[in-house]
Design a protein around this ligand. Structure first.
Ligand SMILES: [Fe+2]
Length: 164
């Protein structure tokens, strides 16, 4: 059994994030399809592109660490995404469904932000400055995506209010 070090924890958590990002890549096209607001569709589309870049960043990190990114399934993200697809089935009213999709997507962002904030700090403590920098970049993107969803939700939710 390998030692229980902060470095091992960093690798394990990164594997978890790698799994999460790959799951998100598969889920986002479904969100694009399910969304009605053109603004929301566009936000999901651009976050899909961003997510692909985040996966590349993680792959770069695993290269630096000389480890494989594979070997873990992020069950937390699996659950968050499952709930997201449940609301797609539960709500047919387009505006109300958009409101629900935004909340589901923000749960995804917050889950990722918690993970990235953690690994960024481990990397800093371990003196892995390049890795910490790459993780910080992704963290900023996730925060920005969340903020963008916040501002879209103000418009979408007021439309949902009018829904019969
Ligand atoms: Fe992400």
């Amino acid at each position: 059994m390998s030692e229980e070090t902060l470095e091992k924890l960093l690798v394990d958590e990164l594997k978890d994030l790698y799994s999460a990002e790959n799951q998100i890549t598969k889920a986002l096209p479904k969100l694009v399809k399910a969304a009605t607001s053109p603004e929301l569709k566009k936000a999901f589309e651009s976050h899909l592109e961003e997510t692909k870049g985040q996966i590349e960043r993680l792959e770069k990190i695993f290269e630096i660490l000389e480890k494989s990114p594979k070997g873990k399934t992020c069950n937390g993200m699996k659950g968050v995404l499952e709930e997201g697809s449940e609301v797609m089935e539960d709500y047919e009213n387009p505006q109300v469904r958009d409101a629900a999709l935004i909340t589901a997507a923000q749960r995804v962002e917050h889950y990722e932000m918690a993970g990235y904030g953690g690994v960024r700090t481990y990397a800093e403590l371990l003196g892995q400055t390049e890795i910490a920098r790459l993780l910080q970049e992704t963290l900023e993107e996730e925060k920005a995506a969340d903020e963008k969803l916040n501002s879209i939700s103000r418009r979408v939710n007021s439309e949902a209010m009018k829904a019969a």
